[in-house]
Design a protein. Structure first.
Length: 407
């Protein structure tokens, strides 16, 4: 793009974002005031609010329902006049729990403005970015005649449960698109762009003992004591380190132990939850091998008990977009044009990008407004960074949809 054309577009997009700021902030505050904690609050109010906002501006939406009929997301599409790839702007509308509400300086659903910050649960993750994406879609619809391809808004309300029901319904359910070139996930953070993440391999171990009366004369193998051996064995493991291009190392964490009831029975079953973060050099296959070897070693030391069973709950691969990936390049170049130094980052935590990587769909995450207190007390976003985040996303989407570049 010629430098003078690029400069004019940059200035126009910044002006548009500044013009939208009051409206973006108003929509974000309205969404924060609607509690939508994952697995706790009803989601329909927040979905209806977004759908109504878009409908009032001439954009159609459609709900996404899971197999049980529950609404798990919302989709809005802006189709260009010419065929081309589909680019998806994705943000969650459900949130983390409030935690100890008495510890908040302002109530979690107050959507208070103070000292340049918007406070409230979901302000950072990710209702403000959802509001930004809505405004970008409205502006893109006004120039649909110039676009080659489709812009899709995807709002998931099953993200903080860990189920990602909205995304799974959209990408794998009936009528799933076969032209998705990439997904931009609107997690917050103005100084970095997440271009990859460790994989996640989660398993539940069923550790067996032998039941008996705790006060009886017979002493039988206690599943909790055996599980403690399993936990100690797993905790002592040393996993491979990272690499120059994928720095986070593998990690194994015991995240839950449950067994027993009352006082009079020696437990014959103890469940142990294990979260393993995988890398290109420590794959899910390697994690399965490590877990299998550990439980077999413990089982061998408890020969009168049933073998431990391993049930895999989640298996998402690690991923990292290459430097030349159009999605990565479009966002980083747009950020640079708007005066931001944004570092590409492979994140330690997994995100929905790992799920998408398993489907062969490129994804970015972790670029959005500046924030504090993610999933914590006094979650908030810096208001002054909202127009900047909008301009960068708008610029990147415009570049992808006017060139018709594929993912």
């Amino acid at each position: 793009m010629p430098e003078d054309v690029s400069a004019r577009r940059r200035l126009a997009l910044r002006a548009s974002a500044e013009e939208d700021q009051e409206s973006v902030l108003a929509l974000a505050r309205e969404l924060v005031r609607l509690p939508s904690r994952g697995g706790i609050d009803p989601y329909q109010p927040v979905l209806d609010h977004v759908a109504g906002w878009l409908h009032h501006r001439g954009l159609r939406t459609r709900p996404l329902h899971d197999g049980a009929g529950a609404c798990v997301g919302l989709v809005c599409e802006v189709a260009g006049a010419a065929p081309g790839p589909r680019w998806v702007l994705d943000a969650c509308l459900d949130t983390a729990p409030f935690g100890d509400e008495s510890a908040w300086s302002r109530p979690p659903t107050s959507a208070a403005l103070a000292e340049g910050w918007l406070y409230g649960r979901g302000a950072a993750d990710s209702k403000t970015t959802a509001a930004i994406f809505c405004h970008i879609a409205v502006r893109m619809a006004r120039q649909a005649h110039r676009l080659r391809g489709t812009l899709t808004l995807l709002f998931d309300v099953d993200e903080h449960t860990g189920h990602f029901g909205g995304a799974k319904r959209y990408f794998e359910g009936p009528g799933a698109p076969d032209d998705a070139a990439g997904v931009m996930i609107g997690y917050p953070g103005i100084d970095h762009l997440v271009v990859g993440g460790r994989g996640v391999y989660r398993a539940r171990l069923s550790v067996h003992g032998t039941a008996s009366h705790s006060g009886g004369s017979a002493v039988t193998p206690n599943a909790i004591v055996k599980a403690a051996d399993v936990v100690r064995t797993l905790h002592a493991l040393r996993l491979p380190g990272g690499t120059p291009t994928f720095r986070p190392a593998g990690k194994l964490t015991i995240t839950g132990v449950s067994a027993g009831q009352g006082y009079s029975v020696t437990p014959d079953l103890c469940l142990v939850n294990v979260d393993v973060r995988t890398t290109p050099t420590f794959t899910s296959q390697a994690a399965a091998t490590v877990l299998g070897r550990a439980v077999r070693d413990v089982d061998a030391a408890w020969p009168t008990t049933r073998p431990t069973t391993v049930t895999v709950e989640t298996d998402w691969p690690p991923y990292a977009l290459p430097e030349e990936a159009p999605l990565r390049r479009a966002l980083l170049d747009a950020a640079e044009r708007h005066g931001l130094t944004v570092a590409p980052k492979v994140a330690g935590p997994s995100n929905i990008g790992n799920y998408l990587a398993g489907l062969g769909i490129p994804a970015t995450a972790g670029f959005g407004p500046d924030y504090r207190g993610l999933h914590a007390t006094d979650e908030r976003v810096r208001v002054s960074t909202i127009p900047l985040a909008q301009a960068v996303y708008h610029d990147a989407v415009l570049e992808l949809l006017t060139t018709g570049v594929a993912g």
